[in-house]
Design a protein around this ligand. Structure first.
Ligand code: NAD
Length: 442
């Protein structure tokens, strides 16, 4: 079966690789020539476990990548649209990439006379009602073909996570198909049941419900994180309190569940921050409000400042101090620094004239593009810690977890450690260094 994938970022390339590895013929399209040249050298433009191995296997066989959208539309029965939907400055969702893509697709559909029913599947995260109130009318304007008769457009939000994208694509917990058309429903259901066998959970629903499911899903997860971060900040002030113990206990309650209860410096990445503000913006436009989600956002914006407060409480004056940052990516196993807390914290520390050294297994090249010569980039943890006045752990990379307390003491000028990710066993550090862990009241 010939499938098109438009937009070869984290989602589109992961989707393309997994589909191609399952034997489908994938025509991947992107407008970023540099990105495609990297992919055509069998390399992923971003770090993602397992993706290079699959690319090496499928590229120029079941996966072909270029900028020819017209050919992609002509040859494909199903076209997955995975272009970015970043935030505008007012928090609303920037739908320009999606609109441009759909407009072009409708123009190309116009030229095709083979009588085949094509389905455009929107994987990009978009505000509720976007497909029916904006995309469908736009496509109607640009093609003489009839929606629902000659072609159709449906919603199929993506739930993969950076750092485990391939595994998530191979084993989705749920596939949501939003369509109001029986033919589309049949064809997309058929596509997914063949791809994953009958064991996959499929939810068929309307387009607007599918759009709402994705925003609600991310908003709920973000709220869980802000909730536990709020508890962590309270624990900071209560001697003997420990957010890790609280989270472990409440996570055992099956009504709550243990995931997304890890206190930290706040959520970042390309999804939660933008989807929370995007949803809030949508809610406001409808004339409603959602105070709980407003608080989620506010707590998250404040959380990096809690880390700065912890640093200040240890160093009193930050001016001229050497501060080591371990971890730059917004979470482990990715080089993505979009909306990463590390950016906010480094900016705040630079404002106060701190000297910053950073280490991260994957994200240094991306970080260099933002901070250039303003900070020192260290290839090793040892270099990063040497002669430091304070070390802050901002990402939960596995290799940081193996650092022994003695190493901090040996290398740092002042062994002050702030574990903002709770990766260390507090007891191991108790009498060795000046160790502070987020959500651990001393
Ligand atoms: P991305 O920024 O990494 O990739 C988007 C790609 O689309 C880029 O390569 C860009 O060049 C390309 N593009 C833009 N306009 C184009 C056009 N007209 N034709 C062809 N290509 C075009 O974004 P992403 O992280 O892959 O996210 C894509 C969508 O999926 C977003 O809506 C996002 O919210 C959603 N999503 C992301 C994740 C994630 O973990 N990153 C997870 C689930 C859903």
């Amino acid at each position: 079966m010939n499938i098109g994938v438009v937009g070869l970022g984290f989602v589109g390339l992961s989707v393309s690789c997994v589909f191609a590895n399952k034997g489908l013929n994938i025509h991947g399209v992107d407008i970023d020539e540099q990105k495609m040249s990297i992919i055509n050298q069998k390399k992923s433009p971003f770090f993602e476990p397992e993706i290079n191995e699959i690319l090496d296997k499928v590229l120029n066989k079941s996966l072909n990548v270029n900028s020819n959208l017209e050919k992609c539309v002509k040859e494909s029965e199903i076209i997955f649209v995975c272009v970015g939907t970043p935030s505008n400055s007012d928090g609303s969702s920037n739908l320009n990439y999606l609109k441009n893509t759909c407009k072009d697709i409708s123009k190309f559909l116009n030229k095709i006379q083979d009588g085949k029913f094509r389905i455009i599947v929107i994987k990009s995260t978009i505000p509720p009602q976007t497909i029916e109130t904006e995309i469908m009318p736009l496509m109607k304007q640009n093609t003489s073909k009839q929606i629902g008769v000659d072609f159709d457009i449906c919603s199929n939000p993506e739930f993969l996570k950076e750092g485990s994208a391939i595994n998530d694509m191979l084993n989705p917990h749920l596939v949501v198909i939003g369509t109001n058309n029986e033919k589309t429903k049949y064809k997309i259901n058929n596509f997914y049941t063949k791809l994953y066998s009958d064991s996959v959970n499929i939810m068929n629903t309307t387009i607007v419900n599918a759009e709402l499911i994705k925003y609600t899903n991310n908003s709920f997860l973000a709220t869980k994180i802000s909730f536990i971060n709020n508890i962590a900040n309270i624990c900071n002030k209560i001697p003997g309190a420990d957010v890790e113990i609280i989270a472990e206990a409440i996570g055992m309650d099956p009504r709550i569940g243990k995931m997304f209860l890890k206190a930290g410096p706040g959520y970042g990445g390309s999804c939660f921050p933008k989807d929370v503000v995007g949803f809030l913006n949508f809610i406001k436009l409808q004339g409603f409000s959602m105070p709980i989600l407003e608080s989620t956002h506010k707590i998250n914006q404040n959380q990096p400042l809690e880390i700065i407060k912890m640093i200040k409480s240890k160093l009193s004056d930050i001016d001229g101090k050497n501060i080591s940052i371990l971890g730059l990516s917004f979470k482990k196993n990715t080089d993505d620094i979009r909306e990463a807390v590390s950016i906010k914290i480094v900016n705040k520390l630079l404002e106060q004239n701190a000297k910053i050294k950073v280490n991260d297994p994957m994200a240094i090249p991306n970080f260099k593009q933002i901070f250039n010569e303003k900070i020192d980039y260290c290839d090793s943890i040892e270099d990063c810690l040497k002669d430091s006045d304070c070390c802050v752990i901002l990402t939960e990379w596995d290799n940081f977890k193996n650092i022994q307390p003695e190493m901090f003491v040996k290398l740092m000028k002042n062994p002050i450690i702030i574990d903002a990710r709770r990766i260390f066993d507090v007891n191991k550090f108790k009498d060795i260094a000046d160790f502070t862990a987020l959500g651990y009241g001393k």
